[in-house]
Design a protein around this ligand. Structure first.
Ligand code: URP
Ligand code: ZN
Ligand code: ZN
Length: 479
């Protein structure tokens, strides 16, 4: 199928220009003025609209088995919802259980993801350590296109990685040319605070943010960053929710360390008063970790994005319906942690970022696709409207308006954390692998059309870092 997108303004991270775009054979084959439609091409009139790289959500959890249940959104429904919102690729997570063989878990997730309708890739979590984990990390990087490993510093008694695991896995990542990523919360402190609150009689969702204060996040972010500094490996901190973790990142970057930070659309826009909502279902629907924070933190996170100290936006899309959240009716510690948003990330960021002047359109492209593509080493195949890139494109209508609601969205969850939000600016068309998969409110997707995207190990960072590590080796003193 070939497609001509005519009369729009192409917006990339580095520049905007009036140009037509031709997609053929799944790739972008021409970007230029007054292009003629190839015979039989579908023509999209993009007059008055922006033609941007499809979004990359670098943090989702489709059908994740977690906290005694399984996330309600599967790879087919979740990637469909993403396409409806202009997101053409997700990076999800393989999360082996404690002692589970890495390759076995990886194969299991690959099988689950086969029904995806858009492209996808996987970070792999390191939840325990032995020689097999060390070896399997090598196999995953060399033979399976994995270049990032995830570490949960929270969730004690389940998937938490202690310092020994962090040190072993960060060092191994450096050898392999992979980047470690981290969920930064001090799991020991969270565990203790949860227990204390519960014993004091605080059993409802209001206990959730109290048990996970920003200091717990700041401490863990700083610890992961300093471990990475000593080992001379870059590090990526996922879902920064507060000033304290942003400060840890900013400080390290100012010192020349390669540290990257992600922020969730939800953490920029939803505040922690929701946990005191009188209706358990509403409060519980917002239980995710780290929790939503006060406006002081939201302001800091916006500034982090504007200054470039935070580079990517994500959703941590991990959906649980009310009947699943009810597991924690009498004990907030048992409410499955997770919220949705893969469909809404780009539109809420456009509305609250671009329409308010906090972000330029080019910055919007950077934080919704290009930076993720660069950090996870799939640029310029993804994250760019350029000849030779994958034809993953969103045509953006800046005048379109809508009110976000579970009644009209495509996400498979019964609550939307942006419910009722009125926004201006959303996709009119989404193109995935050169096919028009979403047009004027209607999805036209094919189960299984999504491809697993290999992400090669890093060269440029690692050459520099490995050189630094060698230079820093102590020289034996001759006597
Ligand atoms: O609450 C969350 N974020 N659930 C998904 C797992 C994680 O921590 O990312
Ligand atoms: Zn997390
Ligand atoms: Zn997550």
């Amino acid at each position: 199928m070939s497609v001509l997108i005519k009369g729009g303004t192409v917006v990339n991270a580095e520049q905007s220009l009036r140009a037509d775009v031709i997609c053929d054979g799944g790739l972008i084959t021409a970007v230029g003025t007054d292009l003629d439609a190839p015979s039989g091409a579908t023509v999209i009139d993009a007059g008055g609209q922006y033609v941007m790289p499809g979004g990359i959500d670098p943090h989702t959890h489709m059908q994740l088995p977690f906290m005694g249940t399984v996330a309600s959104e599967d790879f087919e429904s979740g990637t469909s919802a993403g396409l409806a919102g202009g997101t053409t690729m997700i990076i999800d997570f393989v999360i082996p259980g404690p002692q589970q063989n890495l390759m076995e878990a990886y194969k299991q997730w690959r099988e689950w993801a086969e029904k995806s309708v858009s492209d996808y890739s996987f970070h792999v979590a390191i939840t325990w350590w032995d020689d097999s984990v060390h070896d399997d990390m090598g196999t995953l990087v060399r033979d399976h296109g994995v270049n990032s490993f995830k570490h949960f510093m929270a969730y004690k008694g389940a998937i938490m990685a202690d310092d020994e695991i962090l040190v072993n896995s960060f060092a191994r990542s450096l050898e392999l040319g992979a980047i470690p990523t981290v969920h930064a919360e001090n799991g020991e402190l969270v565990f203790r605070l949860q227990k204390e609150l519960f014993e004091k009689g605080i059993t409802g969702p209001e206990g959730h943010p109290l048990s996970r204060p920003p200091e717990c996040e700041g401490e863990a972010a700083n610890r992961a960053i300093r471990i990475a500094e000593v080992l001379k490996v870059p590090v990526y901190i996922v879902h920064n929710s507060c000033r304290q973790s942003l400060e840890a990142i900013t400080r390290a970057r100012n010192e020349g360390q390669r540290v990257f930070g992600e922020v969730l659309a939800g953490h920029l826009l939803v505040d922690d008063s929701i946990y005191r909502h009188k209706d358990f279902d509403v409060a519980a629907a917002h239980v995710m970790s780290p929790p939503f924070r006060s406006s002081e933190h939201q302001d800091a996170l916006w500034k982090g994005l504007q200054s470039g100290n935070l580079q990517t936006t994500a959703t941590d899309h991990c959906c649980f319906c009310a009947d699943q959240k009810a597991a924690g009716k009498d004990d907030f510690r048992l409410i499955p942690n997770g919220t949705g948003g893969v469909e809404n990330r780009m539109e809420v960021l456009w509305h609250h970022g671009v329409n308010t002047g906090k972000l330029t359109m080019n910055e919007f492209v950077k934080v919704t696709s290009t930076n993720a593509a660069q950090i996870f080493n799939i640029y310029p195949r993804k994250g760019s409207v350029a000849v030779g890139a994958d034809a993953d494109i969103v045509v953006w209508d800046p005048e379109a308006t809508k009110t976000i609601s579970t009644k009209t969205d495509h996400q498979k969850v019964d609550y939307n954390i942006f419910e009722g939000m009125e926004i201006t600016g959303c996709p009119s068309h989404t193109i995935s692998q050169g096919n028009v998969v979403y047009a004027n409110g209607k999805l036209d997707v094919e189960r299984g059309a999504g491809r697993y995207i290999d992400r090669p190990p890093f060269a440029p960072f690692y050459d520099a870092l490995q050189k630094q590590a060698q230079l820093a080796e102590p020289v034996a003193v001759k006597r």
